[in-house]
Each structure stands twice: as C-alpha cells, then as structure tokens.
Design a protein around this ligand. Structure first.
Ligand SMILES: NC(=O)c1ccc[n+]([C@@H]2O[C@H](COP(=O)([O-])OP(=O)(O)OC[C@H]3O[C@@H](n4cnc5c(N)ncnc54)[C@H](O)[C@@H]3O)[C@@H](O)[C@H]2O)c1
Length: 276
C-alpha cells in the first residue's frame, strides 16, 4: 500500500534532475505518472526506471512551451489512466546575464518556460478537474483532494544577480500559486510552491560536469555554476552542503500526501536552512 495509490500525476521536466526524482517518488508511493521532458530519451529512461521498480508510468515528450502542450499533457493522463490528481510544474532551465546584456529573447524564453507553461497546463486541467468534481458530487461521492505543486527558487523569493528573467519568472510562480489556491479551493485542490535553494543537478553542477550547455530549440544555452562560487554558496548553507535531487523531491512529496490536505497557498523553502 502506497500513500498515493490510485492517484494520477503529471510531472513536467521529469527526464532528469529533480523532476525525475519527483516522478520516481510519486510512483514509488503508488501514483501512476505521466513523465514529460523536452528530450524524449531521458523521459523514456524515467519511465523505464519506474516500471523496473514495479510502478506505472507513460512518457509524454515535448516542450512545455508549445502552445497546445497543456492540453496534450492533461489528455495523456486522462486517456491513459482515467483522471488527474497531482500536477507538478517543474520543467525549466536558466539563461543568465546581467540586465544590460539580457536580450528580449532571453527574457521571453525564461518567462515562457517557468511561468506561461505552468499557467497553460493549469488552464488545460481546469475542465477535467471541474468535471470530476461535478461528477463526484452528482453521484454522492466524496470529492478527493487534488494537488498542484509549482516549482520556484530562492531566486524567486529573494532575487538573484544575473537572473532578472529567472527571478521574475519564479516570483511569478508564487503569485500563480496563490491565485489558483483561491480559485480552486472550491474543487478541493491544494496549490503550493516549493522554492529550492542549491540542489545538485545539471543546472548547478560545474559546467564541465554538467556538459556545459543544453539544447533548447537548436540553441546551445550555457548552464552550470562556477566551482568556486558553488563552494562559496555551500559554505553559507546551515546544513553545510547542497541538496540532492531526491531530497528536493521529498519536499514536493510533502504537498502531495493526504497529510497535507489542509495546507494550501504556501511556499516551502527547501534549501538546507539557507534563505535569501
Ligand atoms: N537545481 C537547483 O539548484 C534549483 C534551484 C531552484 C530551482 N530549481 C528549479 O527546479 C526545476 C528542475 O531543475 P533541475 O535542477 O532538476 O534541472 P535539470 O536540468 O536537471 O532538469 C530539468 C529538466 O527539465 C527539462 N526541460 C527544460 N525545458 C523544458 C521544456 N521547455 N519542456 C519540457 N522539459 C523541459 C530538461 O530537459 C531537464 O530534463 C526547475 O524549474 C529549476 O528552475 C532548481
């Protein structure tokens, strides 16, 4: 028996890093998971890992920034597993510059992936959620508690130099969360944000370890943090180290459990005690 038996979850950007660990954790607790990633291979690999552990998952590759992706993602859950209970908006990347060097393209790309895409996914989910609630009420069944977890960052809660685009997008995520918590309370949906500090993934590894660049629509975008800066950042974290993707997934899982059914509109910082 898992804590999330019979639940259906969609997790964007779950081919790698934190999203992958979120998908594995939800599946280990019994949820059936729709795994999305921009890159089809890592998405398939996450599905294979879930299946190898005895869980159920299906891949839904594609960019969350495609205008019709929200409908596609939601339909994959409904068509494959017959419902939708948990939505995790996790996909994203960084494209940093100081403001005087930041182009409109850089600004728009980061706002699109971190803020507009979650908005579209949630908009696409509304008819499915409202329809299920109506059906449950009409048949005298209890309305189950559904969960939305949107991923933010300490850059969103406190701002970060060199990341005006990312900080603005991730701050926007908390606004989206709070608005939706108010709109969807009547559907018994909790909507929360998890803001990560420093978690060791491709985004934050030293460039040499992370591969240095990621491919977004044919454009090579540099990711990874200078190793000296990483060491300095780790020294400021009360727990003395960066977090693992599994630890980050644990924070998201807290908002997906039945024990958090009366917690909504909150931002949980998962940063080893460090806060901006
Ligand atoms: N790692 C950290 O320290 C940290 C800190 C704060 C917030 N975050 C946030 O956590 C989330 C996960 O990041 P991560 O560290 O695991 O990075 P990651 O690069 O390891 O994984 C992110 C995944 O998202 C996918 N992705 C990117 N753009 C996409 C798109 N348009 N459509 C679909 N998939 C897409 C990537 O292919 C990748 O597999 C992001 O929202 C990130 O901003 C991470």
């Amino acid at each position: 028996m898992g804590n999330l038996d019979n639940k259906v979850a969609i997790v964007s950007g779950s081919g790698r890093g934190i999203g992958r660990e979120i998908a594995l954790k939800l599946a280990a607790e019994g949820a059936r998971v729709v795994v999305n990633d921009l890159d089809a291979e890592p998405a398939k690999e996450t599905v294979a890992a879930i299946e190898a552990a005895g869980g159920a998952a299906v891949a839904c590759p594609g960019s969350v920034t495609d205008p019709d992706f929200g409908e596609l993602f939601v339909a994959k859950a409904v068509d494959t597993y017959g419902g939708l209970d948990i939505i995790v908006n996790n996909a994203g990347y960084t494209w940093d510059s100081v403001i005087q060097k930041m182009t409109d393209e850089q600004w728009d790309a980061i706002l699109d992936v971190h803020l507009k895409a979650p908005f579209r996914i949630l908009r696409a989910a509304q008819p499915v959620i409202a329809g299920s609630v109506k059906q449950a009420k009409a048949s005298g069944q209890p309305v189950p508690c559904r969960k939305v977890v949107n991923i933010s960052s300490l850059a969103g809660t406190g701002g970060n130099a060199g990341q005006a685009n990312y900080s603005a997008a991730k701050a926007g995520v908390t606004g989206l969360t709070k608005a939706l918590a108010k709109e969807w309370g009547r559907y018994n949906v909790t909507v929360n944000t998890v803001a990560f500090g420093l978690i060791k993934t491709r985004l934050t590894e030293a460039p040499a370890d992370s591969g240095g660049t990621i491919d977004v629509a044919g454009k090579q975008i540099q990711v990874g943090v200078n190793p000296n800066l990483l060491t300095a950042m780790e020294q400021m974290i009360p727990l003395g180290r960066s977090g693992t993707p599994a630890e980050a997934a644990g924070a998201v899982y807290l908002f997906c459990t039945p024990e958090s059914d009366y917690v909504s509109a909150q931002t949980l910082v998962c940063g080893g005690g460090f806060n901006l």
